[in-house]
Structure formats: structure tokens, C-alpha cells
Design a protein around this ligand. Structure first.
Ligand SMILES: [Cu+2]
Length: 250
């Protein structure tokens, strides 16, 4: 499907190709139906156009034609449903309960209008003292699964990683889990795919998939820097500490 690649960015997650396969099946079917319908429309326009002296004919219709154009789409829609459901169940449902054991846990919190990503730090565990948070920066290791714990602080947002074929709503009051595995190092886009307010358009971040080994180095450096800031910040000036933190992360 190389020739269709202008429509979708290259898929860089393990299940990206399967998600695309649903898209292409639907595109082929609807594409063929579109061409048939347009050809019929134009043929009828020309064939039954106005001509001097020709009288209009009333026709009640054809039962046979109606049965045919109802039964064929019925099976086409069933086919699409079963095809996409198979992939969907494999990718979304089965995979959700079969998260790889070595998956990197990340906490992503959406709010108007930014993404805050909490990294586990060197101990590899979330909600411990060595965690640190970056704003609008999603750093990921190559060829390792990532398990995102998704939350929203205010309204419904949607965690959208087009290149990874990942899209998951973040709903206030709920914790959503989503996992995926990057297959190519590089820079990608993180966007919000749910109209969430006036700043929705600028609610985006960068995704960096590090080469093997690079992520651990980055995490150790960032973790050490965050630890140093925490240790030197005066405990009473939490407000000031936060804004300074925010600037650093911008
Ligand atoms: Cu949003």
C-alpha cells in the first residue's frame, strides 16, 4: 500500500499495520461503491435527460432491484464489522489485558491545554520519590512497550499519537490505560483529538523515541536534575518552585 502512504504517516508501533489494514479494507470497499454510484448517476442523467416530445413514465419500482441493493450492502457491512472487530479485539481488548511484563509505566495527565508526563525515574516505578514530570514531552524507549495511565484534570481530552495509531479519551474522574510499542526512533507528534476549549489547537507535545539505551541515559539525567531541584528548593515556597519547574519544562 505504498501508493496510499500520502494519506497516513508511516505506522511506527507494533500494531500500527493492523490498524491500517482495517482502514484500507474500508477504503477499498467504499471507494469501489463510490465509483459505481457515480457512474450510475451520470449514466442515468444522460440516458433519461429531457428530450422534445418524450413523455415521462411513472414506475413503481422493482422488488428484485430493492432486494439486491439491500442484501449486498448488508453482507458488505457485516464483512467490515467482522474484519475490523477481529483486529480490534486482538489489538485493543486482548492486548490491553496482555501488557508485556517489562512495559515502561508512564502517567499522563491532560489538562487545558497541556500534557503532563510523569516518568518513573531510575527505580522504574510510578508514585515514588524519584519520579519526575515533563510538560508536553513524551520520551519513549525503542522496542519496549509503554503502559500509559491516562487521567484528565478538567474536561474530556483525547490522547492522540497519529504515528503510533493510538487514540484514547482522557475522562475526568477515570483512569484509562493504553499501551503500545514504538518500532522506530525519531520525533513524532502528540495531539489532543477532542475539542476541549479555546486552546485545544495548541494542546500538543513532541514524542521522542530514543535509540536503544538512550532513553535510560536521558531518564537518569532528567531524574538527577529533578532530584537536585527538589533538594535545593525551599520547602515553604512551593508556589515559586512550581512555576520555576514549569519554565524549565517548557
Ligand atoms: Cu484537549
Amino acid at each position: 500500500m505504498r501508493w496510499l502512504s500520502w494519506m497516513l504517516p508511516d505506522a511506527v508501533s507494533t500494531f500500527g499495520g493492523e490498524i491500517d489494514s482495517i482502514y484500507y479494507v474500508i477504503l477499498w470497499i467504499t471507494g469501489i461503491v463510490f465509483v459505481l454510484v457515480e457512474v450510475a448517476l451520470i449514466t442515468f442523467l444522460i440516458r433519461y435527460r429531457h428530450r422534445e416530445g418524450r413523455k415521462a413514465v411513472f414506475t413503481h419500482g422493482s422488488k428484485k432491484a430493492e432486494v439486491v441493493w439491500t442484501v449486498i450492502p448488508f453482507f458488505i457491512v457485516l464483512f467490515i464489522a467482522f474484519t475490523s472487530n477481529r483486529v480490534w479485539l486482538e489489538v485493543k481488548v486482548a492486548d490491553r489485558t496482555h501488557v508485556p511484563a517489562n512495559a515502561l509505566p508512564l502517567k499522563v495527565t491532560a489538562k487545558q491545554f497541556e500534557w503532563n508526563v510523569t516518568y518513573p525515574g531510575p527505580d522504574g516505578k510510578i508514585d515514588t520519590a524519584d519520579d519526575f514530570t515533563k510538560r508536553n514531552q513524551l520520551h519513549l524507549p525503542l522496542d519496549r512497550a509503554v503502559l500509559v495511565e491516562l487521567r484528565s484534570e478538567d474536561v474530556i481530552h483525547s490522547f492522540f499519537l497519529p504515528a503510533f495509531r493510538v487514540k484514547q479519551d482522557a475522562v475526568p474522574g477515570m483512569v484509562m490505560h493504553v499501551w503500545f510499542q514504538p518500532t522506530k526512533a525519531g520525533e513524532y507528534v502528540l495531539g489532543c483529538a477532542e475539542l476541549c476549549g479555546l486552546g485545544h489547537y495548541r494542546m500538543r507535545g513532541t514524542v521522542t523515541v530514543h535509540e536503544r539505551g538512550d532513553f535510560e541515559r536521558w531518564e537518569a539525567e532528567e531524574g538527577a536534575a529533578a532530584g537536585a531541584t527538589q533538594a535545593t528548593a525551599p520547602s515553604s515556597a512551593s508556589e515559586g518552585g512550581q512555576s520555576k519547574d514549569g519554565k524549565e519544562h517548557a
